[in-house]
Design a protein around this ligand. Structure first.
Ligand SMILES: Nc1ncnc2c1ncn2[C@@H]1O[C@H](COP(=O)(O)OP(=O)(O)OP(=O)(O)O)[C@@H](O)[C@H]1O
Ligand SMILES: [Mg+2]
Length: 468
């Protein structure tokens, strides 16, 4: 509408300006011509030489291409180049402005169409053609007295027609421009508002907790980028929501198992009061072991929850990674001896770094504990620590059962156990590797697993020595 209206205002101004320009030239020509004849006619009119006057009027009419009338000081026609209107009183404003207001000349344009039959315009119309006439007047002055008025009536029909045509064309162009503006405005706004609407609906769905909400990535530019950003955000939220639910259900499941075992044993103790002392002690120590297991799981869960909430803090200190690895190996000694396994430690560098000693020891312990757990009696475990450039490289390898290719991709996932039944027997919850991964990542390091099924597994940790 704004575009259309401004166009209309512009078109109106332009038509006006053009009209003024065209008329200015015409008025100037008519006025100079008529004034000349007014001067010329004055003496004859004064001396009432009416033959001469009508002769002049005829000449003036020819010269100025119009009808020339001479009015006396009362506004009555005293001469007419067409010889028709003598005696008629013409009360045009252009005449009045000379006789009443005392001006020397005037100019006006009159429409002849739609006038009643008896008006003077109709009389003029007979020769001037239908439509528009211009009236140019000039006072006839003698001895500073206005003794009459010369009136030039000429057709401005063609000029007015041209102006009207121009105006009509402008209106048509205005309508076309306005329609085009409205249409393109509608198209543009729908292009802009549709994706916005879809985004809003998507956000509202997400607000209601539906993380599967996605919006079409249409168009180009910022709107598309916005849609892409929204989709990747909702995909991330959906996966976070899914893993959170999974985590809660896995954790509950893990906690339920030891609780169920404990409940059975305690019930046996309650309902069999005459149970042998030896059996009772065995039951109680089983309950005790389950409690240990529960508290180990709970502390692992807490570690992961802290890592998720980004509140797992590292208490860094100057430390030697070599001594951390040795300490972990030392702690596992009873277990390896029990399984008759051989541990080969190859530590080439002390790998001093500024890091969280307790957490890195947990990483080394988790990896070595896995190697011990998932390797048969009498197996071999190799632990090596070397410095490679600016990194410390810790490798824990064994010659145990190994991990198949499809399982290898998942071992770092929470609660993931390759052999669910067997791992539970050996006390695994499936959290050790994901905790190790979190700790290593927090130290800006990497951890990966390599394995061939049946031929053992290797876990390789890289830790930057000069970070933090
Ligand atoms: N050295 C290894 N050899 C073979 N399989 C392994 C080895 N290390 C880990 N795995 C497999 O990866 C799974 C995940 O290991 P992770 O340490 O996360 O859990 P877990 O040992 O079962 O339990 P947790 O460590 O929490 O007590 C294990 O259950 C096991 O199936
Ligand atoms: Mg483990």
């Amino acid at each position: 509408m704004i575009i259309g209206l401004s166009f209309l205002v512009m078109a109106g101004t332009l038509t006006n300006m053009l009209g003024e320009y065209l008329f200015e030239q015409r008025v100037r020509a008519d006025r100079t011509g008529l004034e000349k004849w007014a001067v010329q006619t004055a003496p004859s009119l004064y001396s009432v030489d009416m033959d001469k006057v009508s002769d002049y009027l005829g000449q003036a009419g020819n010269e100025l291409s119009g009808r020339v009338l001479l009015l006396d000081s009362d506004g009555k026609v005293q001469g007419d180049s067409f010889g028709e209107m003598n005696g008629t009183r013409l009360a045009f404003p252009e005449v009045a402005s000379i006789l009443v207001q005392g001006r020397t000349g005037d100019y006006g344009v009159h429409s002849l169409s739609g006038e009643t039959v008896n008006t003077p315009e109709i009389l003029l119309q007979r020769r001037a053609g239908d439509g528009w006439v211009s009236l140019c007047t000039a006072g006839i002055v003698h001895a500073s007295q206005v003794i009459g008025v010369l009136v030039l009536v000429s057709s401005v029909n063609e000029m007015m027609q041209n102006l009207y045509m121009l105006q009509d064309n402008m209106v048509i162009i205005f309508v076309v421009v306005a329609l085009a503006a409205i249409l393109s405005g509608m198209v543009f706004s729908s292009v802009l508002t549709n994706p916005m609407g879809e985004l809003t609906r998507g956000i509202q769905r997400m607000g209601r907790g539906d993380f599967s909400a996605r919006v079409p990535e249409k168009g180009s530019g910022e709107i598309k980028q916005l849609a892409q950003a929204f989709n990747s955000m909702s995909a991330r939220l959906e996966s976070l929501d899914h893993s959170r639910n999974q985590f809660v259900s896995d954790a509950s499941h893990e906690l339920k198992t030891p609780l169920a075992t404990m409940k059975i044993m305690i019930e046996s103790l309650i309902y069999q009061p005459d149970m042998e002392e030896e059996l009772r002690t065995e039951f109680l120590s089983d309950v005790n072991r389950e409690i240990d297991r529960l508290s180990a799981i709970v502390s692992d869960l807490l570690t992961l929850v802290h890592a998720d909430a980004h509140i797992m803090k590292l208490s860094r200190e100057r430390m030697s990674l070599a001594s951390v690895v040795k300490e972990a190996a030392h702690r596992l000694k009873p277990l390896t001896e029990q399984k008759g396994q051989q541990v080969f430690l190859s530590i080439e560098d002390s790998c001093d770094m500024y890091a969280d000693k307790a957490k890195l020891e947990q990483v080394a312990y988790n990896l070595m504990e896995n190697a011990v757990k998932y390797t048969q009696q009498g197996g071999e475990i190799r632990v090596s620590l070397v410095r490679v450039g600016k990194d410390a490289l810790l490798t824990v390898s064994d010659n145990g059962q190994g991990i198949s290719k499809e399982n290898l991709d998942h071992v770092f996932e929470r609660f993931y156990r390759v052999d669910k039944a067997r791992s539970r027997d050996s006390g695994g919850t499936g959290l050790g590797l994901s905790i190790a991964q979190q700790i290593v990542t927090l130290h800006s390091g990497t951890i990966r697993a390599e394995s061939e099924e049946g031929k053992g597994a290797s876990f390789i940790v890289t830790l930057p020595l000069h970070k933090g």
